[in-house]
Write a protein that binds this ligand. Sequence first.
Ligand code: URA
Length: 253
Amino acid sequence: MKSRRDLMLEEMGLTPLWQLRGRAAAKEEAAAVPESRVTSHESRLTGADDRRAAIMGLAWAELKARVASCTDCPLHEKRNKAVFGVGDENADWLFVGEGPGAEEDAQGEPFVGQAGKLLDSMLAAINLKRGQNVYIANLIKCRPPGNRSPEPREALACEPYLHRQIELIRPRLIVALGKVAAVNLLARDASIASLRGQIHQFRGIPLIVTYHPAYLLRNLPDKAKGWVDLCFAVRVMSDLQKAPPPPSNIEIT
Ligand code: URA
């Protein structure tokens, strides 16, 4: 006989429960990562303000081209494809993950592996679909070796790309998937437990936090909490859609 939990997950459209096989996925609840080493690449980031200002002035096509050819941190050395992001460039919903895994690196699209299948099911459970009023992006655009979490300097180097994407999309709501995306967007360390269930702000745009799909694949009992977060997200979006659209001149500096 199916357990109450299994029935509930089935009802939510979150079954079958995909399992990660093979190598372990990057640790979702990673503790603070060590300070990065200073490498020769650091010198490329010394003009960080100028670089950021240049990126924040790019239109979509230029931004995509810049990310595709980026060599501003060591992660470019081993990537197959930079993973820019995918979806509706005028979406109300923006989902932000951590960074590409092996399959994303091979295909150049975010969330196409096992975690991506779960993300698609989570979207379907709230009547959303990749590409339809939904944009999916990652904090970092190149795959870290072994799917480790990005080091602070890697996240910092990639930050302007995500910020420019957010400025161009002007979503009504950002959903941060997992602690790494959340703490980087919110620029403060906190546990995922303390961040869930609240409306935060990313430079004036409402942001909520839920578990990363890869974490949910490894911690099945928390899928129910993930569902609670999705229901919260739907309620928040419904309120936001009653309000006037976000201003067209949002500037993320
Ligand atoms: N995990 C992420 O955070 N992003 C992806 O694109 C895939 C897995």
